[in-house]
Design a protein around this ligand. Structure first.
Ligand code: HEM
Length: 499
């Protein structure tokens, strides 16, 4: 009653609701493809903020950048809503899901892992792993140069190899052995989570166990397998670190180093950045336990590969459909990286691919890798003059916000130039937040941009992308995908090498 009164007072509308069950029936027939269209349509009909009762749960959708400015800038409203609960069996209470003091402490510990000195080191890993993809592509294209290739699975395995090596320091060889245990488990679990999001009866762990006992057992088996693997990597690295400290007469390597730049030292420790930082961290004088570290490492494994896969493959798809954009990027690549294809780009050079950055930004505007973010409000809360009732699950459909005609001219057109400095189009910062914004923004955003630039530039140096195969059909999940894959043709370029 109270929540309905607040909604009325705030002029938030919800359309037709049935007694007791609310809009639960609307979920029938809604799937990951039509949900995008349905939510866009409701925004057109009822305004940028609307509510939905699903049984006893109040869900608000808000696509108003002015309200988002207040919410995302806040250091208080950082608790996630129940959609994220589906990840907790895998990710525990890691950085993505935690809240309050635990989140603050962990965020402080993990932030140095993304220092530019460390990112500089990762460039070699991005390049080496993408070379493996290029070798695989050569075989694929040779079979039939006219047939389209679905780039999604290839990019996904590359991204998985990259995140495993940069976060844990291990080579899981996903691209060469996609069927080995850990790699297969990551794939199965991400697919099941994606399906849970689309299946209302699988939402809570309790319902999931009852209505899909077999899938639940399959998920738990694969989560256990991943956890065993991650635990063994952490344990092995802890032992190595302890041995190293013992060798140094009880002093950590970073302490024994004359120069006091921790980051420099960690950065030079052979790509072990995240795990090393976590192993060395102490909270109130105590080191983090293996379980504390595990949940953070798993969080990176999830957030750090599915997202960049989506970002990279939608960008490749759009480039394949816009030859004039492709021509411009290839020109920039040649100017910044040179024409010798064996030259490995440096961190600085990747940063200087400015037009490519605009292409990636524009591609994430049309197809945001993280399409929805959510918060939970325990109490009535004022956001930019609108009161949101307490006990409410709040959702921000970024895929609606980023195409708002009030903020973007020709919102459905692919126009990378709108982000180009020389032709600035005044973009309100909270109308475009693919990495979220404020204190709870994406900690890996610079890493992500660097990786996407590295992978895309390498593919474009070897291949011209052609508009072949079906168009994308975006499907809504925790991470945006396409039900038709990311299809395109690949025509080998005339390559210059110094070898
Ligand atoms: C295209 C690539 C990426 C996109 C679009 C993206 C987007 C986002 C967004 C929107 C959030 C906020 C989520 C929320 O509020 O619920 C987020 C959080 C996060 N991202 Fe990313 N992300 C990307 C890549 C990465 C990578 C590569 C990593 C790690 C290497 C990463 C690690 C994280 C973590 C740990 C959080 C939680 C941060 C916190 O709550 O303090 N992300 N990301």
């Amino acid at each position: 009653k109270h929540r309905n009164a607040v909604l009325r007072k705030s002029n938030i509308y919800g359309g037709l609701h049935l007694p007791l069950i609310g809009r639960a029936l609307h979920l029938i027939g809604s799937n990951s493809e039509n949900s995008i269209q349905r939510i866009r349509q409701v925004v057109e009909e009822q305004g940028k903020t609307f509510y939905s009762w699903v049984l006893h749960q109040l869900v608000i959708f808000c696509a108003d950048p002015k309200i988002l400015e207040t919410l995302l800038s806040s250091t208080v409203h950082i608790t996630k809503n129940n959609v994220y609960d589906m990840l907790s069996l895998w990710l525990g209470d890691g950085l993505l899901l935690s809240t309050g003091k635990k989140w603050h402490t962990r965020r402080k510990i993990i932030t140095p892992s993304f220092h530019f000195k460390i990112l500089e080191e990762f460039v070699e890993i991005f390049d080496r792993q993408t070379n493996i993809m290029i070798e695989k592509l050569k075989k694929e294209v040779k079979k039939d140069p006219q047939s389209p290739v679905d780039m999604f699975p290839l990019v996904c395995l590359t991204a998985l190899d990259i995140i495993a090596e940069t976060a844990m320091g291990v080579q899981v060889n996903a691209q060469l052995n996609p069927d080995i245990g850990y790699v297969k488990s990551v794939k199965i679990v991400t697919q099941i989570i994606s399906k849970r999001l689309r299946t209302p009866l699988w939402r809570t762990d309790g319902l999931f166990k009852i209505f899909a006992p077999f899938v639940y057992r399959q998920m738990m088996k694969n989560i256990n397998e991943m956890q065993e693997f991650t635990k063994s990597v952490i344990e092995a690295r802890r032992q190595k670190l302890e041995a190293l400290i013992a060798e140094n007469n009880g002093m950590d390597v970073k302490e024994s180093n004359a120069d006091n730049d921790d980051v420099e030292k960690i950065g030079s420790k052979k790509h072990m950045a995240l795990l090393d930082i976590l192993l060395r961290a102490t909270v109130e004088g105590k080191p983090l336990s293996n379980e504390d570290i595990r949940e953070e490492v798993e969080t990176f494994m999830f957030e750090g590969h599915d997202t960049t896969t989506s970002g990279t493959s939608f960008a490749l798809y759009l480039i394949s459909r816009h030859p004039e954009v492709q021509k411009k990027i290839v020109g920039e690549i040649s100017e910044v990286l040179g024409d010798d294809i064996t030259h490995m780009p440096t961190y600085k050079e990747l940063q200087n691919l400015r037009y490519m950055e605009c292409v990636i930004k524009e591609s994430m505007r049309l197809y945001p890798a993280v399409p929805i973010i959510g918060r939970y409000f325990e109490e009535d809360t004022d956001l930019n003059g609108v009161t949101i009732p307490g006990n409410c699950h709040f959702n921000i459909p970024l895929f609606v916000v980023f195409r708002d005609p009030e903020y973007f001219k020709e919102p459905n057109e692919f126009k990378p130039e709108r982000f180009y400095d020389e032709k600035p189009e005044d973009i309100f910062p909270f109308a475009y937040t693919p990495f979220s914004a404020g204190p709870r923004n994406c900690i890996g955003q610079r890493y992500a941009m660097l990786e996407m630039k590295s992978v895309i530039s390498k593919i474009l140096r070897h291949y011209e992308l052609l508009p072949l195969g079906p168009e994308v059909v975006p499907s809504l999940s925790l991470i945006l995908r396409s039900t038709t894959g990311m299809q395109m043709g690949l025509k080998p370029r005339n390559i210059v090498t110094s070898l």
